[in-house]
Write a protein that binds this ligand. Structure first.
Ligand code: FAD
Length: 636
């Protein structure tokens, strides 16, 4: 039974909204879709996709300008003051950084997804706050949905402005609608003459909200009636920040990304012309999800480039810092961190480049690769930053400014740690990513056999499921046990790792099936079982990406890559073994029981002796008093 919290959508409603927004069809191939079905389709990702020489030549002038610009930027000052100077913004506009992927016919640079992530990666390696402006604009802001779903008229009207640097934002989240858009309350009601929609509501944490000229706003439009029942509709609108009734009521501040221009936005009777709907009425959430499928490719690269920076810092410090008679990098505990940092950075770059390369190649369904790239790289990246702080010791915890004043090199690892943490939360938290991936991982079995175990299925539905199952499982299931036809000799020293990936893919396929048989309809509630299966898939994807990339680099004479790939695979195999060992969670029931008692307050006695962390006297100013007037849009 789904529980109802007053004013909130029920669990079932949340599922229905998510399901309605899901892309239910797979029209193009996907390596990961196949992998979760136990099929290792290496041909879909290998040879490793690389940008063409023409693309690299086309990107070079911009990349050179971007590098020169980034070398000059004072990122510690930006962080300290929590502000990106207008001169910095203008310079980014001047070099074309706001229109990297916008086609040249609309005034952009017309570069590929891979060039885009390399550019954003370079920015992130020094300055997370600058990344947020560029990425919120181009990864999730208006250019993405317009390119995918905008009418030609809309593209002509907005893309040239956006390419020149009219900053855009993406407004989906609300106070009660974080991971769960079913709770969305912002409404867009058609005007009597049908020419406008009247927008009312409030959006939370909108990146670029304080600075944007244009935004994509998701709002509830009147319910559609489907099979006699009302069905929630969410629609995407292009909103100009200069429209009367659009207001920035608060600029939000965070642990890191101190200069992020993130706002609470209020809409009061904003008249939005009907022609500002992107795609169609009721398609807003699907648009958001599809936009994020590609938008999410930015974060894996950002994380990889963040890790590259950490690797540089860690290796130099581990070689230079002498304690107990030798450089700390010679002590095994530090040495292991450094080795993992190198191997994981290689893996993160392989995952990011592979996912974006596949997107560029076209004719490929990228949604699972992007989701796993986001999930895997953000978590591996977080460990990379955390280990670098540890390797730097006290200096890792000290601010760059403080180091500078003491006459030491102002290496901003402390800032990197603060800036990095949000990556595991926004653009789909790690938990939501795992749920999203799990839903797709079980999709084939769900469509084929779910009605056999579905208590609500009719007799007819059960029979149909039986027929489908009888056609599919007798040949599919044995194929999950028998196989291993290839030697992968072209992978040289990594051939054994590739054979393992192939074998384990089959094991994953049958484990997902076993979990369905064992738990039936209850599987959807056993998040941790699903999550372990997802994590096995993610590790296998990273292994395949790493081996394929190492092979490509080795062909070019970079033999070092093979040993990094091998180390990465050895470590990944240990993690996979643990996931399988604990698949059905020997402690899951005990953990859940304690968690529920904790929720009820049964262990409140453990909190005795503390003082509540939130201050009784607020040091901040009430939101209303800090309310900013709507900004004049920046003229470009
Ligand atoms: C710096 C920053 C920038 C942002 N920029 C934007 C932006 O530009 N535009 C925009 O629209 N939004 C933006 N967001 C919002 C961001 O996308 C949300 O924070 C995110 O979607 C999570 O929502 P929430 O914080 O309300 O967490 P909640 O949804 O309340 O989740 C809290 C915790 O519960 C977990 N959880 C939730 N549901 C489930 C479930 N079913 N199963 C298991 N675990 C679950 C979550 O993973 C999380 O760990 C931004 C947020 C921040 C902090």
């Amino acid at each position: 039974m789904s529980q109802q919290t007053p004013g909130h959508a029920t669990e079932q409603e949340a599922r229905d909204v998510a399901e309605a927004a899901r892309e239910s069809e797979w029209t193009s191939p996907s390596f990961l879709k196949e992998l979760f079905l136990g099929r290792f389709r290496l041909d879909l990702i290998d040879p490793f996709p690389e940008p063409t020489a023409e693309e690299e030549a086309k990107a070079k002038p911009f990349m050179d300008k971007l590098r020169a610009f980034m070398e000059r930027v004072d990122s510690d000052k930006i962080d300290r003051e929590g502000n990106i100077p207008e001169s910095v913004m203008q310079e980014m506009r001047d070099i074309g950084a706001f229109g990297i992927k916008i086609p040249t016919e609309y005034g952009g640079l017309g570069l590929s997804q891979t060039s885009y992530i390399r550019a954003i990666g370079m920015v992130t390696s020094k300055d997370g706050s600058l990344t947020t402006v560029l990425s919120a604009h181009q990864s999730i802001g208006l250019p993405g949905p317009l390119k995918l779903f905008g009418s030609e008229e809309q593209k002509k009207k907005y893309l040239p402005r956006l390419a020149k640097g009219a900053i855009s934002a993406f407004a989906l989240t609300e106070v009660d609608a974080g991971s769960d858009p079913a709770n969305m309350r912002t409404t867009a009601t058609p005007s009597e003459d049908g020419k406008y929609f009247i927008l009312n509501g409030e959006k939370l944490w909108c990146t670029n909200g304080t600075r944007c000229e244009l935004m994509v706003v998701m709002a509830r439009t009147p319910d559609a009636i489907v099979n006699g029942k009302p069905k929630k509709q969410i629609t995407a609108f292009i909103v100009e920040s200069s429209m009367p009734g659009v207001e920035v009521t608060h600029r939000n501040h965070f642990m890191g990304l101190r200069a992020i221009e993130n706002a609470v936005l209020k809409f009061t009777n904003v008249k939005v012309p009907r022609e500002n709907i992107i795609w169609e009425e009721g398609k807003g959430l699907k648009l958001a999800l599809v936009t994020l499928n590609t938008g999410r490719l930015t974060l894996p690269a950002s994380c990889a480039y963040g890790a590259k920076q950490m690797l540089l810092v860690a290796r130099e410090w581990a070689a230079k810092r002498v304690q107990w008679g030798q450089p700390i990098g010679k002590h095994e505990a530090v040495a292991q961190k450094l080795a993992r940092l190198a191997a994981n950075t290689f893996a993160m770059e392989a995952v990011a480049e592979l996912a974006s390369g596949l997107a560029d190649r076209g004719g490929y369904d990228i949604r699972l690769e992007a989701a796993i790239g986001k999930l895997w790289n953000t978590e591996a990246g977080w460990r990379a930053v955390d280990d670098t702080v540890q390797i730097r010791g006290g200096r890792g915890y000290e601010t760059a400014d403080s180091l500078r004043v003491r006459g030491e090199e102002p290496i901003p690892v402390e800032r990197a740690l603060r800036d990095f943490r949000i990556n595991l939360i926004f653009e789909g938290s790690s938990e939501i990513m795992r749920l999203f991936i799990a839903r797709e991982a079980v999709d084939h079995h769900f469509k084929t056999a779910f009605d056999l175990v579905n208590p609500h299925a009719t007799g007819k539905q059960r029979w149909a499921a039986f027929v489908r199952s009888a056609r599919f499982y007798p040949w599919w299931y044995p194929s999950m046990w028998i196989g291993g036809t290839r030697g992968y000799r072209e992978f040289g020293a990594l051939a054994g790792q590739m054979r393992y990936v192939e074998r384990t893919t089959r094991r994953l396929g049958r484990s997902i099936f076993h979990a369905m048989v064992r738990l039936g309809a209850k599987l959807e509630k056993r998040q941790m079982v699903l999550f372990r299966l997802v994590d096995v898939g993610a590790e296998l994807f990273a292994m395949a990406a790493v081996c394929s990339r190492a092979r490509m680099l080795a062909k070019k004479g970079d033999a070092n890559a093979i040993e990094l790939a091998d180390l990465f695979c050895r470590e990944a195999r240990l993690r996979i073994a643990q996931h399988f060992r604990e698949l059905f969670g020997p402690n899951d029931a005990a953990l859940y029981k304690v968690s529920q008692k904790a929720l009820e307050g049964s262990y409140a006695w453990l909190e005795e002796g503390i003082v509540r962390a939130e201050s009784a006297v607020s040091g901040g100013t009430p939101v209303a008093a800090t309310a900013t007037k709507k900004r004049e849009p920046v003229t470009v």
